[in-house]
Design a protein around this ligand. Structure first.
Ligand SMILES: [Ca+2]
Ligand SMILES: [Ca+2]
Ligand SMILES: [Ca+2]
Length: 279
């Protein structure tokens, strides 16, 4: 007859054994997602000073003011008055430096697609339709992007609603793509993707403006809010763009303590940890 199985009494857990599973789950939550690996600049646009928390570029604010973000959190996005506000960033995105690029942000416009206007979300333009995305009357007053010889477009935004907007420039494939999703559906099926041919771009400024076009004669100041602005030095696909829109940008852990103010750090940690399970 086989021996009865023996059930040994478990020894009591030591404090480290209690702690390990908790630490492990915390590590899992905070490991950067692969989709974020090539993000080279990120402005969360939280708090009283706009900061590039990944690329540490020099940022100068010309009048934009903290406002509520798409979740209703105060001082968690930046508002632009449509007249003279913009944020200058010392980031060179010219094609000889960054041939392939994805850049994007959460945006809210006070101007609908029914009013003829031109407004920049972000731009390096110095003439001849350089890298730039915003709203443009030359392409239906919708959300659009420049493509070297004109304006791509466009997506008919509704004034007062939040959208995730990203644009990719692919110098190899000579292609520009605009991705737009409403706040309520940032899954891949929630995105509208508009594709166009990219003419050889003659180059623009070696800096960018967020909320205006730096081309001296136009300005095209943004009227509304901009949040979570990022630049990636690769052409991301729909899956990666949807993941960023849904989960947010995940900051590599070593960058957190030195570059981000404690309040922002707290917000980031809270957002990341809330956002991740859905991805
Ligand atoms: Ca923000
Ligand atoms: Ca102003
Ligand atoms: Ca140019």
């Amino acid at each position: 007859m086989p021996d009865e199985p023996q059930f040994l009494e478990k020894p009591p857990l030591r404090p480290t054994q209690y702690a390990l599973p908790w630490c492990f789950s915390a590590l899992c939550i905070c490991i950067p997602s692969p989709s974020n690996a090539s993000i080279v600049h990120y402005l969360p646009l939280d708090g009283s000073t706009p900061t590039d928390v990944i690329g540490a570029a020099t940022i100068t604010n010309f009048g934009a003011e903290p406002t509520t973000d798409r979740t209703g959190m105060e001082m968690a996005a930046y508002g632009f008055d449509g007249w003279d506000d913009y944020i200058h960033a010392g980031i060179n995105i010219n094609a000889d430096i960054m041939p392939n690029i994805t850049w994007g942000a959460w945006i809210k416009s006070n101007v609908s697609h029914q009013e003829p206007t031109a407004r920049a979300i972000a731009s390096q333009d110095d003439g001849q339709f350089d890298r730039h995305f915003g709203i443009d009357y030359r392409s239906g007053n919708g959300l659009s992007a420049f493509k070297g010889d004109g304006v791509l477009g466009s997506y008919p935004q509704i004034a007062g609603d939040w959208y995730f907007v990203a644009t990719t420039y692919n110098e190899t494939a000579h292609q520009v793509k605009l991705y737009v999703a409403e706040q309520g559906n940032t899954s891949q099926t929630g995105f509208t993707v508009i594709t166009g041919g990219l003419t050889e771009i003659d180059g623009g400024h070696n800096y960018i403006h967020i909320g205006s076009n730096p081309f001296a004669f136009v300005s095209e100041h943004w009227d509304g809010a901009i949040d979570e602005f990022f630049i990636d030095d690769e052409v991301l696909n729909l899956e990666a763009i949807s993941r960023i829109a849904t989960n947010g940008i995940i900051i590599p852990e070593p960058m957190l303590p030195s570059l981000i103010a404690p309040t922002t750090l707290m917000l980031l940690r809270r957002r990341r940890c809330h956002a991740l399970p859905s991805g």
